[in-house]
Design a protein around this ligand. Structure first.
Ligand code: GTP
Length: 346
């Protein structure tokens, strides 16, 4: 027999979950409406609708399934680390609903699902909005160091998007960074997926709101939604595929033409564990990165090489927060980080 306290806790959990679900769907709907207003033609609009329906399904099904499996012991839905399990079938395998190793909504663990659910209210795909009132105090710091008593650290939400050809390892990089996990049979992303991770940087905490975009050509038209308002873009190529390096250059061109003005660009030459079959010399990548003022690093999501360093590099390129932007109660006024000039290391 369950105690009354236990039942109450259970009920509160479900109410909270239901509220969050509604918020997510509403947020998706708003996003879609915005896209409709901005879409010049039906053809451009169609993929947005597809993704919305997919998101809706993805959010609805696991929640309904997980409804009865939820337990009050599960972490609150405002916990850190969010992701979308939206994936298409693994390359050459039947469709799986979520990525193995990545928690689905209602399935336990500290991860929360929902492609457009952003803890703290900022950094949705369309831009980095201000956090909910008082949310700075409620936020979990994740795996970053918590400030000591009397010490105040500003939490900054930085929207970061990953771009690059399909199969270069964007999702694997994010998965390694956020969950320290690598999956050989990871599925191609549909639309985009979302995760967060908070890391310390000097006197600040950088909460990365990471949008991992789908590399398949058919999703290309969705990309602006993810790089719009981003503080940084990680553009990934596969060192064993020259073609993926050409695609990277196309992404850089697009970002320069249509992306935020001072976006930090980081180039990741992934799969450096396969350097014996390399097609892109490191020298080429370095010269190119230098010519466009980007950070460059060779990574291996598989062997966890330079993944932390990649995001640290981004953190260091973000100008520190102006003290005036931190209000008296410690809440942060979030704006487009990219509007600031002058890059400083932390
Ligand atoms: N050897 C090796 N394989 C990797 C590495 N990173 C990813 N892979 C593999 O490359 C394949 C594609 O990885 P994903 O992370 O799905 O690539 P993606 O860029 O997200 O692909 P899309 O979602 O289609 O855009 C998978 O089979 C991964 O296991 C790496 O560092 N080394």
């Amino acid at each position: 027999m369950r105690s009354n306290g236990h039942k109450l806790k259970h009920k509160r959990f479900h109410l909270n979950a239901r509220k969050n679900f509604t918020l997510r769907v509403a947020e998706q709907w708003n996003k879609l409406s915005r896209e409709v207003m901005e879409s010049p033609s039906l053809e451009t609009f169609k993929p947005h609708l597809d993704v919305f329906l997919l998101h809706l399904l993805q959010v609805t099904l696991p929640w309904q399934e997980g409804w009865t499996r939820c337990s009050p012991e599960l972490p609150s839905i405002s916990d850190d680390s969010v992701l979308s399990p939206l994936t298409s079938p693994p390359r050459g395998q039947p469709r799986a609903r979520s990525r193995p190793g990545l928690a689905a909504p209602g399935a336990g663990g500290s991860s929360e699902a929902g492609p457009a659910h952003v803890t703290g209210g900022g950094g949705g795909p369309g831009g980095a909005g201000p956090p909910r009132r008082g949310s700075a105090e409620r936020r979990r710091v994740g795996d970053a160091e918590r400030p000591g008593p009397g010490q105040m650290m500003a939490i900054r939400e930085l929207k970061v998007c990953l771009l690059g050809d399909t199969g270069v390892g964007k999702s694997s990089i994010v998965c390694r960074f956020v969950q320290d996990h690598f999956d050989h049979n990871i599925s191609p992303t549909i639309g985009a997926s979302f995760m967060t991770k908070t890391v310390p940087c000097g006197n600040e905490l950088h909460k990365f709101l990471i949008w991992d975009t789908a590399g398949q050509e058919r999703f290309h038209s969705l990309a602006p939604m993810y790089y719009r308002g981003s503080a940084a873009a990680v553009i990934v190529y596969d060192i064993t595929k020259q073609d993926s390096f050409h695609t990277l250059k196309k992404w850089v061109k697009e970002l320069k033409e249509h992306g935020p003005e001072n976006i930090v660009m980081a180039i990741a030459g992934n799969k450096c564990d396969l350097s014996d079959i390399r097609e892109v010399p490191m020298k080429d990548a370095k010269e190119y990165a230098e010519s466009i003022g980007a950070i460059v690093v060779e990574t291996s999501a598989k062997n966890a090489v330079n993944i932390e360093e990649l995001f640290q590099g981004i953190s260091q390129q973000i100008p520190p927060l102006d003290p005036h932007e931190i209000s008296n109660n410690g809440a942060i006024k979030l704006g487009r980080q990219t509007s600031q000039t002058g890059r400083r290391c932390c």
